[in-house]
Design a protein around this ligand. Structure first.
Ligand code: ZN
Length: 310
């Protein structure tokens, strides 16, 4: 993601983006009918964030909107402290081998990913927060892209949970890099992956659900499109405040508020992504008390405490 429009944006490129903006706004359908019931989440988990990288960009680079407002972009790892499960790591962004990972990607991808410089491995952030990586027994993935799975290898004792369609998708990939996935990041953890289905009831605006730990603390919901098995995770934090971590359905909360697609055509299925964005938009209108946290929106992530902070 980083470096996509590094430096000056040529006028022709800007025009192209503006055209994309207008096309993007029209293609986010809103869900029909009433929302499904809510889910009771009695067990509280404490979320906090470990930042892997932060950059200030322009909003129109992230969401299809004619705006010169800034986009505070981040790549981050979420930690959930569960009273009995212990430390749960959601999307361990970068691994300690990030420099090696990026040394083998083609130059065009380096334009997207940036270099390893300035990227903090997730385990370094965990250790700085007083969390021993070997004590982590649970990893949750919103999806399989390189900037969400890099640290899986560094959490050797964790069960890795991802949706069944995402597991099947990654299993079908053969090359070092296929749209956004560095397959080898998951190879060493492959036997530790426990795929889950969305066999549970429809929840809020989502068509299915999966109660990850069977106690209502963490509910996975389907957000397909960006990748085939992208998922969101709904949790109840301290004081009953609720959060949903929505991965890369949009890069920013603005994309859900508007609603609008990303500026860059990077979603595997744009129409299906639009449906997921529409569902999140409806949720945002109906449940403004639920804090929506897209993976790369530093302003939304800044609502969480930094792990290890007093
Ligand atoms: Zn991402």
């Amino acid at each position: 993601m980083r470096g996509l429009f590094e430096g000056k944006v040529p006028v022709r490129g800007l025009r192209l983006m503006l055209v994309t903006s207008m096309a993007g706004c029209a293609t986010v359908p809103l869900p029909e009918g009433a929302a499904a019931g809510d889910v009771e989440q009695r067990v509280e988990v404490q979320p906090c964030v470990v930042f892997g990288e932060r950059h200030d960009r322009r909003r129109y680079e992230g969401v299809a909107e004619l705006s010169l407002e800034p986009w505070h972009q981040a790549i981050a790892t979420i930690v959930l402290q569960h009273p009995t499960v212990g430390t749960i790591v959601l999307d361990p962004a970068f691994g300690v081998e990030i420099a090696h990972d990026l040394s083998r990607v083609p130059p065009w991808f380096r334009v997207v990913s940036g270099s390893a410089e300035g990227k903090q491995p997730a385990v370094d952030g965990l250790q700085a927060a007083g969390i021993d990586p070997r004590s982590v027994r649970e990893v949750l993935l919103t999806h399989s892209h390189w900037d969400h799975t890099g640290g899986v290898r560094d959490l050797p004792r964790a069960t890795v949970r991802m949706s069944q369609p995402e597991y099947a998708y990654v299993g079908s990939l053969e090359h070092y890099l296929e749209p956004g996935v560095l397959r080898h990041q998951l190879d060493r953890a492959w036997k530790r992956i426990e795929p889950f289905g969305f066999e549970g009831p429809a929840v809020l605006r989502f068509e299915g659900s999966h109660d990850v730990f069977g106690d209502g603390s963490v509910i996975a919901v389907p957000l397909p499109g960006h990748t085939p098995g992208s998922a969101g995770f709904l949790v109840r934090g301290a004081g009953g405040k609720r959060w949903i971590f929505t991965g890369d359905s949009t890069w920013t909360l603005r994309g859900i508020e508007k609603p609008a697609h990303k500026t860059v055509p990077i979603d595997l299925d744009r129409a299906v992504t639009g449906e997921s964005i529409g569902r999140l938009h409806a949720l945002h209108l109906e449940h403004p008390e639920i804090e929506i946290v897209p993976a790369h929106d530093a302003d939304a992530l800044d609502l969480l405490p930094v792990c290890g902070s007093p």
